[in-house]
Ligand binder design. Structure first.
Ligand code: PCP
Length: 382
């Protein structure tokens, strides 16, 4: 028995990470000697509805489909979409039937978290916003959480192993556990020990809410670390929070009054975009966890829309191979791919694989820039 309940990359690659009915379908089609060439599209909403979500998970989707005899077109990671296909596969159905489960999982989960991250980003555009939410989900998807957070425009993340996967360094300073290990009344010893033990390039962010009043602890941190102190973080427990904005303003006031206006103020603990908006003028940065990592997956489905060149679809779904166009006003137009699109429309489905070979590069920063520019264009998160 494996030590953890994790479906491994081999099962994802060979397609056994699937729903059993796809294997039954494969058997049935082979038995009937039937393997039509189909076009299948991944769609959340058939028609644009003005409710935008952020497309993510494309790198993993491409890796899943690599090596199969299919052509795939998809939106770029970091595009906002509100209807119509985001990805299209063309090829013999038996090439990719069993991959549907993992394909939808890759796209749905990452897109849901990236959308939430972009909401947080847009709620506090000038603040540092860090992803702290890997602790709420299964560790096997931590890199998906952190990549999605970056695609949505967050500035960094906390998960170390995810950093190794993404080739980015995780950040973070101290939990309450460190303070508690030194004991009540010994916060100075904890902050000082952290300062002594930590590489100089790591910012000194003192957690200042463990035992006593936040103003009291913040001022004691200033006295302890002096010029070395970069920031204080308040993660005030919900039951003690009262008016968090007032607590933060008070800390800011007292720091400024003592001439340490350059010490930044960080807030964390159960924050959502509404709270970020309400606090962004009094703090310099936020740690956001569950709002991103616990986001609902996007409700994507994969539907066959063409069989052997003929339009086909289940009821409620639109038949025919489609293209999605972005119009200059930020709206979307969904049309048949073999018809002319809007004269000023930008087609969004672009080649991802040709005959099983990946024909695109993936860049997290480029995806994040796309997401922010799309958000401006369509007014997402305003
Ligand atoms: C932060 C805080 C939040 C965690 C991160 C995730 O950690 O406790 O609960 O953010 P979220 O609430 O938005 O999901 P620490 O303050 O370091 O946690 P601890 O209390 O364990 O020291």
């Amino acid at each position: 028995m494996p030590p953890f309940d994790i479906v491994g990359p081999e099962s994802i690659r060979d397609g056994t990470a699937t729903d059993a009915y796809f294997l039954q379908t494969e058997r049935t089609l082979r038995h009937a000697d039937r393997n039509p060439t189909v076009v299948a599209e991944v769609t959340a909403d058939q028609f644009p509805d003005g409710e935008f979500e952020l497309f993510a998970g494309v790198k993993d989707a491409a890796a899943l489909l690599e090596g199969y005899a299919v052509d795939v077109d998809a939106m770029r990671e970091g595009h906002l979409f509100d209807g119509g296909p985001v990805l299209r596969i063309e090829g013999p159905y038996l090439e990719f039937a069993r991959l549907e489960t993992s394909l939808l999982g890759f796209l749905s989960h990452a897109s849901g978290m990236a959308t939430a991250a972009l909401e947080a980003r847009r709620a506090a555009p000038e603040s540092t916003v860090l992803s702290f939410g890997a602790r709420h989900v299964h560790p096997s998807i931590a890199a998906v959480v952190e990549r999605s957070a970056l695609v949505g425009g967050l500035d960094g993340f906390s998960h170390v192993a995810a950093g190794e996967v993404l080739d980015r360094e995780a950040g973070g300073t101290m939990p309450h556990a460190l303070l508690i290990c030194f004991g009540r009344g010994n916060q100075e010893a904890a902050w000082q020990a952290f300062d002594d033990a930590t590489d100089p390039e790591v910012p000194r962010v003192a957690l200042c809410d463990t035992y006593t009043d936040e103003v009291d602890e913040a001022l004691r941190a200033v006295e302890t670390l002096g010029d070395d102190l970069d920031s204080v973080r308040l993660d005030t427990t919900g039951s003690r929070r009262g008016d968090f904005r007032h607590i933060l303003r008070e800390v800011r006031w007292e720091l400024d009054a003592r001439g340490v206006g350059d010490v930044d103020l960080f807030a964390s603990g159960g924050l959502d975009p509404a709270q970020l908006r309400a606090l962004r003028d009094v703090v310099d940065g936020f740690g956001v966890g569950g709002y991103v990592s616990n986001a609902d997956p996007v409700d994507f489905a994969l539907d066959i829309v063409e069989v052997d060149g003929e339009p086909a679809a289940k009821r409620g779904k639109l038949s025919g191979t489609k293209q999605v166009y972005r119009t200059p006003n930020g709206g979307h137009h969904v049309g048949l791919a073999d018809r002319a699109g809007p004269s000023d429309g930008e087609p969004l489905l672009e080649p991802l694989l040709r005959d099983g070979e990946i024909v695109r590069e993936f860049d997290i920063d480029a995806a994040a820039e796309r997401a922010l520019s799309d958000a401006e264009r369509v007014g997402f998160g305003e």
